[in-house]
Design a protein around this ligand. Structure first.
Ligand code: NAD
Length: 298
């Protein structure tokens, strides 16, 4: 039974995830390069280490939650030098499939049990312990990790071998980026045609236009009171993070030869939106740019 976790990356997601492991009764030794993130985690009972090596010195399992592939490869490289054989290592960052596979390979010589396990659910899900984990790796590793992932999330899906979790994550988020752009365009067209937001919502939410971007994250205020549009597009899911995931999807499409013209278009739309200074807004705020609102255009 796992008792001690080394947790590397205590940022917006990693901090609350580590706190939930403490709440579930595990000992957690954490490390982050940013002192403020360490302090915040410490307040939730996470023991703070001075280095990656120190954080994992007594670990039965290790979780990494880092910005991008290069950070994961660097930290997993450090792990390779210090971990005991057969330690369970889980990366929950969202990174490119190629780096995820390389990370698994880095620890293969140690016979570690390795998983890529990116999440959806955002900081709200991380805090509430209701994340969805999309998991790639060997079955033995998945079985060993399930109880730990269950302390931080509600739904855990084994998607396949090394890299399959990251593949599922970017495919899902490519659907999300494309569908949000489509829903926003429909509301902009409805406005020009004199159709009310509520009327479009009432029809599309119960017709073939129904999708999560419409019924959970409706990009206009009113029909879905909890959607970011009702709080001036405070995220939610920031447009910059959507752009990151759409770019990862495009990298994977290029590398694998998949044809994804709408994914490419969505990546371009979000790149423009970010360039205009809106990366910190919820990704549904792209409706403002599509309307040509002056605050969202050059
Ligand atoms: P964040 O920037 O808040 O946290 C990342 C942390 O990693 C930072 O505190 C940084 O200091 C730390 N770090 C970087 N290199 C390090 C190293 N070598 N050693 C130790 N710590 C190091 O980012 P976040 O929002 O927590 O996101 C983490 C990952 O989760 C990203 O890959 C992101 O795409 C993904 N994600 C985020 C969300 C979200 O809503 N924020 C949702 C789903 C997935």
């Amino acid at each position: 039974m796992t008792k001690t976790i080394g947790f590397i990356g205590l940022g917006n997601m990693g901090g609350p995830m580590a706190a939930n492991l403490v709440k579930a009764g595990l000992r957690v030794a954490g490390f982050d390069l940013v002192a403020a993130s360490c302090e915040a985690a410490k307040a939730h009972g996470v023991g703070i280490a001075n280095s990656v090596a120190e954080a994992v010195a007594h670990a039965d399992a290790v979780v990494t939650m880092l910005p991008a592939g290069k950070h994961v490869l660097s930290v997993w490289g450090e792990l390779a030098a210090v971990l005991r054989p057969r330690t369970l290592v889980i990366d929950s960052s969202t990174i490119d499939v190629d780096s995820a596979r390389k990370a698994h390979a880095l620890l293969a010589g140690k016979e570690c049990l390795t998983l890529d396990a990116p999440v959806s659910g955002g900081t709200g899900g991380a805090t509430a312990g209701t994340l969805t984990f999309m998991v790639g790796g060997a079955n033995e590793a998945f079985v060993a990790a399930e109880p730990i992932l269950g302390m931080m999330g509600k739904r855990i899906v084994h998607c396949g071998g090394a890299g399959a979790g990251q593949a599922a994550k970017i495919c899902n988020n490519m659907i999300l980026g494309i569908s949000m752009a489509g829903v926003c365009e429909a509301f902009v067209l409805a406005e020009r045609l004199g159709l009310s937001h509520q009327a479009l919502f009432d029809v599309a939410s119960t017709s073939s236009g129904q999708c999560w971007s419409l019924t959970s994250y409706c990009p206009v205020p009113g029909p879905v009171p909890t959607s970011p549009a009702n709080r001036d597009y405070a995220p939610g899911f920031a447009a910059a993070l959507m752009l990151k995931d759409l770019r990862l999807a495009q990298e994977a499409a290029l590398a694998s030869g998949a044809t994804t013209p709408l994914g490419a278009q969505a990546a371009q739309l979000y790149a423009l939106f970010e360039k205009l200074g809106h990366g910190g807004e919820d990704f549904s705020a792209i409706i403002r740019m599509l309307r040509g609102e002056s605050a969202a255009t050059p």
